[in-house]
Design a protein around this ligand. Structure first.
Ligand SMILES: [Mn+2]
Length: 312
């Protein structure tokens, strides 16, 4: 899958070979140390560039000494011990979050050489409901000068009709992504009338002003973390396309660096990134992977998007 996704991004033979080795080493590492886990693969485009992201998550014993596990030659199970050191060398971006008792999440990103004007780093996991082949959740990130917008749509239920509603929401957003958030969400509400409907959350992070604007209809949950702590975002109950409360924007001030988390209801709400010491300072893709790993409900599509702004 990693090879196929890399080739779809236009990676050459050498880069495709690199992602194959990374996926193999991360899979082998899970099998050796945790027994089971997941490899999550997606294309990404953010302040780090464009390319392929490979995320490995498991609930195994975790590493008590990450630096030592990364050094070549070190292994607890009698093999060559080149695995994670090789992944770190081959990836353009590499990150680990692992604690004894809190499992392991490892991130490897390979860039395709394109650049963009994005200022935020975005992590995401989008997982399909067990038994379905298409996700009824979808999201789109739009980078603007000094601001980042994220639309997360969760089509009601799951399967193809849910996917259609989410796709319509993204299409309407993409047509005029810089209109005021309340206008965009109102337009999506009207545009989804002939679909099954969706929960919608649209967030804008304005870095210079230090403010997040959020407009939500239905069950999209969110939280904003900065050095001062965590704030939960307010989403009004309803279903875009069918039953909407008055569409209203809420403002949340922050001081950078800050991390915004948005997720669909395939992820439970009883989480706190503060329970994972050091995770907020790590790559935001690791937080997305860990929330998915530890809080997915398993009977619905599950999507988590994490956005970090203001980090050096
Ligand atoms: Mn859902």
């Amino acid at each position: 899958m990693a090879q196929r996704e890399g080739a779809a991004l236009g990676f050459g033979e050498e880069a495709v070979g690199r992602v194959a080795i990374i996926a193999t080493e991360l899979s082998t590492n899970i099998l050796k140390h945790a027994g089971r886990g997941e490899i999550l693969i997606r294309p990404f485009a953010d302040a780090e560039g464009h390319g392929l992201e490979i995320l490995a998550v498991d609930n195994g014993p975790g590493m008590s000494d990450v630096a030592r596990c990364l050094s070549d030659g070190y292994t607890t199970v009698g093999t060559r011990g080149t695995g994670l050191g090789a992944v770190r060398r081959l990836a353009h971006r590499f990150g680990v979050f692992s604690r004894p008792g809190q499992g392991t999440a490892i991130l490897a990103r390979c860039l395709d050489g394109q650049s963009n004007a994005a200022t935020a780093v975005v992590g995401a996991v989008r997982a399909v409901c067990p038994g379905e082949t298409i996700s009824g959740d979808d999201f789109r990130v739009h980078h603007m000068p000094g601001a980042t917008r994220i639309l997360l749509a969760d089509g009601s239920g799951h399967g193809p009709f849910a996917a259609h509603a989410a796709e319509e929401a993204l299409r309407i957003f993409a047509a005029a992504p810089e209109d005021p958030p309340e206008i965009v969400v109102g337009r999506i509400h009207r545009g989804l009338a002939s679909t099954r409907g969706a929960a919608i959350g649209l967030a804008e992070i304005e870095e210079g002003a230090g403010v997040v604007r959020f407009v939500g209809v239905g069950n999209i949950a969110g939280a904003l973390y900065d050095l001062g702590g965590a704030k939960k975002l307010v989403s009004l109950s309803g279903t875009a396309g069918h039953l909407s409360p008055p569409i209203r924007e809420f403002l949340y001030p922050f001081s950078p660096p800050a991390t915004l988390v948005l997720h669909s209801d395939g992820i439970g709400t009883r989480w706190d990134l503060g329970a994972y010491p050091g995770l907020l300072g790590a790559h935001p893709a690791l937080a997305a992977g860990i929330l998915y790993r530890d809080f997915r409900r398993g009977r619905d599509d599950a999507t988590v998007v994490t956005v970090r702004v203001g980090a050096k």
